[in-house]
Design a protein around this ligand. Sequence first.
Ligand SMILES: [Fe+2]
Length: 186
Amino acid sequence: MTESPGIISPTSNVARTLPKSKMTVAKTLRDVLEEEIRGLYSAETQWAKALPDLARAATNSGLKATFLGHFKECEGQVRRLDKIVKILRISLKDAICGAVRSIVEESGERIADFPPGSARDAVLISTAQRVEHFEMAAYRSARRFAQLLGSIEVTELLQSNLEEETEADRKLTDLAEDINPLALSA
Ligand SMILES: [Fe+2]
């Protein structure tokens, strides 16, 4: 069956993954924020684990340093998320960000196809920017939810993480400007 763009058919994956019992439970923006934080916590911890591997796989010294610097930042971001988890009394049980898990798993396969060098570095940057953009989008949403819910402290903590992600993404864009042309020829 063909599905029109933007329309969720009753047999789409989204509809299939919604258990009937859960569909009827009333939820609020507080629940949405909680879900975002659980996802972000999982995303950050998975990404922090992967970054040293990306640094090892990189050839360009500036790229290596950027991955290692962002690894340290990620640890600080997890600490901020820890504070939010305590403030909002969120359970992290079974929290898993499937999106970052897929990107990290896929990055291993992508890197394996490229020997060390500029082309591999270009793959590493494109992988890292997928994660950074995902996190930036999630932090923007979560920050707005926290703002609407009136939690200044949570809003500020999320803002700090968002600023670091934005800066990390900018650094990667700058590095790509130098590295990508080097990969035009082997
Ligand atoms: Fe992060």
